[in-house]
Design a binder for this molecule. Structure first.
Ligand code: F6P
Length: 343
């Protein structure tokens, strides 16, 4: 009754280590033994674990990534893997498991609950901020701050060279990173997956800026954005274990189109994994810490099948299935705020 396992799955993000530290500190205070499961669901399939005591999590609060490692392994992909997860759950002697992840990792947790492993609670993570039932996921704030700093830097070089610079940011099929970093960085146009790109309109904004003496422009585009006529751009055709494509390349296509139509010199900067690496912001450290403590409380209170979440400034818990039901995308209201500053 006293062993709690913790795993981190999917793309890493800043704030995972604060969660692990909080689970270990709170768990040990409450008399639990904490077992780290290595590399997400892969560790449950392979029985790859590491005991976590207070010393094991000392000094990890400001570190990016995850000390447990991660993977995009889907135990529902290969026949027989779910059985291994169940057997290892028993072998390790787990009472409960805390799964820290995004839609994929938590989707697996949700299925496992109905497939005979009920003692699971979820903690939402992703730089994309696209999980329903929580106002924010940790990792997002750090990614937005990094992207904002990059946009600031792109501004100075764009202005000096009288160029258009397209900054392509991550976020998968949601435009949260683009819209928030674009607003914070004072982008002249922000393009998100939720609203198809009207290239005529984008070029008109740029030309109008030139007409009033602004011979440079910064365009922020989300990797999942697409032209009105087309669909999202991918780096390769291969799908991962959860059926996702690798997005990327819309920035280059957009830059070529802008240069062709306006005649202005245009460059692209793909921010990529820079947005996911490095130290978490104070906001993400605090959010991760609160989530970790709350996750242990859910185990103590036998509130299984639930996920910790942020509602306003309060940490609450919600059914796991609520979180993975639909993708949380950018609302029209926020886009209207961003639009005020286009041009
Ligand atoms: O979900 C987080 C994320 O960084 C997305 O924004 C991006 O599309 C994807 O992961 C990149 O995945 P990978 O790290 O596997 O290249």
């Amino acid at each position: 009754m006293n062993k709690i396992g913790i795993l981190t799955g999917g793309g890493d993000c800043p704030g995972l280590n604060p969660v692990i530290r909080a689970v270990v500190r709170k768990g040990i205070n409450e008399g639990y033994e904490i077992i780290g499961i290595k590399n997400g669901w892969k560790g449950m399939i392979e029985n790859d674990t590491i005991p976590l005591d207070i010393n094991a999590v000392s000094g990890i609060l400001p570190k990016g990534g995850t000390i447990l490692g991660t993977s995009r392994t889907n135990p529902y992909k290969n026949p027989g893997d779910i059985e291994k997860v169940k057997v290892n759950f028993q072998k390790i002697g787990l009472y409960a498991l805390i799964a820290v992840g995004g839609e994929d990792t938590l989707g697996v947790a949700n299925k496992l609950i109905s497939d005979g492993l009920p003692n699971i609670v979820g903690v939402p993570k992703t730089i994309d901020n696209d999980l329903s039932a929580t106002d924010y996921t940790f990792g997002f704030d750090t990614a937005v701050n990094i992207a904002t700093e990059c946009i600031d830097r792109l501004h100075t070089t764009a202005e000096s060279h009288h160029r258009i610079i397209v900054a392509e940011v991550m976020g998968r099929h949601a435009g949260w990173i683009a819209i928030e970093s674009g607003i914070a960085g004072g982008a002249d146009v922000i393009l998100i997956p939720e609203i198809p790109i009207d290239i005529e309109e984008v070029c008109n904004v740029i030309k109008k800026r030139h007409a009033r003496g602004k011979t440079f422009s910064i365009i922020v585009v989300a990797e999942g954005a697409h032209f009105k006529e087309g669909t999202f751009v991918t780096q390769e055709q291969k799908l991962d274990a959860f059926g996702h494509v690798r997005l990327g390349g819309i920035g280059e296509q957009l830059a070529q189109e802008i240069e062709k139509r306006t005649g202005y010199e245009t460059r692209v900067s793909v921010l990529g994994h820079i947005q996911r690496g490095g130290s978490p912001t104070a906001f993400d450290r605090v959010l991760g810490t609160k989530f970790g403590v709350k996750a242990v409380e859910l185990v103590q209170n036998k509130k299984f099948g639930r996920m910790v979440a942020l509602s306003g400034t309060r940490i609450i818990d919600v059914p796991l299935q609520e979180a993975v039901k639909t993708l949380k995308t950018v609302d029209k209201e926020l886009y209207e705020v961003a639009k005020v500053f286009f041009g």
